[in-house]
Design a protein around this ligand. Structure first.
Ligand code: PRP
Ligand code: ADE
Length: 177
């Protein structure tokens, strides 16, 4: 039987053709956040999934910007750390960096040195997997600082773009288009 939480969450995602560029069908997750019961449904689905993948999590890593919407909530519920991966020039102190290619552009990701200890068990979260460049870059950074990636979890996967092929660590998604 389909999970009713998932049907409700999926029903709230909206598609915007030709945003932010012609040819891109933008999947907007913000309607989920407008309704606290939907946000609760989504976070409980993500938590169930994480608990099914690994019995222990030390760090939830969230990817700027939309991974920040769920990451801290999940970390608080799991009783673990939340660590951000941000775009270039936004994190103070020493950082590790990696350049990556997006569905509609190019960017640089950074993580603060010392934010993850060697061998800590990490789950990376984001709203969406498109070409996979973002998640691939995040995995590279987490491994650079010594994290042990247990799962990469996104709310939405755009399956036709085959982003998961770029993520050898394995990627889980709740909704597929
Ligand atoms: C979007 C999305 C993912 C990424 C997926 O973020 O939130 O992080 O693109 O694309 P990919 O799989 O092709 O790499 P974006 O870079 O647009 O930034 P934002 O969250 O700051 O809007
Ligand atoms: N990030 C990359 N591609 C996207 C899409 N089609 N919709 C929403 N966010 C995205």
């Amino acid at each position: 039987m389909a999970d009713e939480r998932l049907s409700r969450v999926k029903g709230a995602v909206r598609g915007f053709p030709d945003f932010p560029k012609p040819g891109i069908l933008f999947r907007d997750i913000f309607p989920i956040l407008r309704d606290p019961s939907l946000l609760k449904d989504l976070c409980s689905l993500m938590l169930d999934h994480i608990r099914s993948k690994t019995s222990e999590v030390d760090v939830i890593v969230g990817l700027e910007a939309r991974g920040f919407l769920f990451g801290p909530i999940l970390a608080m519920e799991l009783g673990c750390s939340f660590v951000p991966i941000r775009k270039a020039g936004k994190l103070p102190g020493k950082t590790e960096k990696v350049e990556y290619i997006l569905e509609y552009g190019k960017d640089v990701f950074e993580i603060q040195e010392g934010s993850i200890l060697k061998g800590q068990k990490v789950v990376i979260v984001d709203d969406l997997l498109a070409t996979g460049g973002t998640m691939k870059a995040a995995c590279e950074l987490v491994k650079k600082v010594g994290g042990d990636i247990k799962d990469c979890l996104v709310v939405i996967e755009l399956s036709d773009l085959k982003g998961r092929d770029k993520v050898p660590e394995g990627c889980s998604s709740l909704i597929n288009y």
